[in-house]
Each structure stands twice: as structure tokens, then as C-alpha cells.
Ligand binder design. Structure first.
Ligand code: 5GP
Ligand code: ZN
Length: 104
């Protein structure tokens, strides 16, 4: 948990947010400012500022499996995934998150 991190607060329930899906180490919720008809964020419960900070292979696998499982659950067969890594790439929230973008 990193203090004043919005995604830590969402992941631990401090900020009430409807979860679309969750696994033991990840949560999925809707992006507050959607850029596609379906725009979800897949977030590890543990705080990592960026993709570059994760050295846990099991967690990396779980994040990918979460994408497979949540898209299956909502019936989204075609989608893009997107990870902004670093300020110059447009990362604004420094708690790792994977965007799922779909046009369903
Ligand atoms: P980034 O540019 O860091 O990859 O994307 C951050 C994303 O988080 C943006 O698409 C933004 O709309 C979303 N976001 C920022 N704050 C919140 C929030 O408090 N709740 C939700 N659901 N999404 C947020
Ligand atoms: Zn965090």
C-alpha cells in the first residue's frame, strides 16, 4: 500500500468502486474516463509504480490470466490491451494498470 495512491485505495476498498472481476492478487474495474465502449483497468492489489518494477513472474501471469477471464466473463472476444509505462508514455497513475479496450 502506497499512501495517497488512488488505485491502492480502490483495490483495498477504501474508495468504493464496483469491481467487474477479481482474483486473489488482482482487481478489475471500469475506467472513470472511458476511451472505448468497453474500457476496463486490470490492477494488481499490491502497489507497483510501473511495469518495470514487477519482478514477480507469477503475478505477471496472473495479470494476463485475469485479462482472459474477465473478457470471457463479459463476452468480449476482441479487444486491445495497453500499458502506459512512464511519464513520457502517458502514464498518469503510478500504480501499474493494464487497459482493456473493446468496442462491444
Ligand atoms: P494511465 O494514463 O496512467 O495509463 O491511465 C490512467 C487511467 O486511470 C485513465 O484512463 C483514467 O481515466 C483512469 N482513472 C484515473 N483515476 C481513476 C479513478 O479514480 N477511478 C477510475 N475508475 N479510473 C481512474
Ligand atoms: Zn498503489
Amino acid at each position: 500500500m502506497s499512501e495517497d495512491c488512488i488505485f491502492c485505495k480502490i483495490a483495498n476498498g477504501e474508495i468504493a468502486t464496483e469491481l467487474v472481476y477479481q482474483t486473489p492478487n488482482t482487481v478489475v474495474f471500469k475506467d472513470a474516463n472511458p476511451k472505448a465502449p468497453v474500457h476496463l483497468l486490470v490492477v494488481p492489489k499490491k502497489h507497483y509504480a510501473t511495469l518495470n518494477d514487477v519482478d514477480d513472474k507469477e503475478l505477471l501471469g496472473e495479470l494476463m490470466q485475469t485479462i482472459q477471464q474477465v473478457t470471457k466473463k463479459i463476452g468480449l472476444k476482441s479487444y486491445k490491451v495497453h500499458i502506459n509505462t512512464g511519464k513520457d508514455a502517458g502514464q498518469v497513475v503510478f500504480h501499474l494498470h493494464i487497459h482493456i479496450l473493446g468496442n462491444k
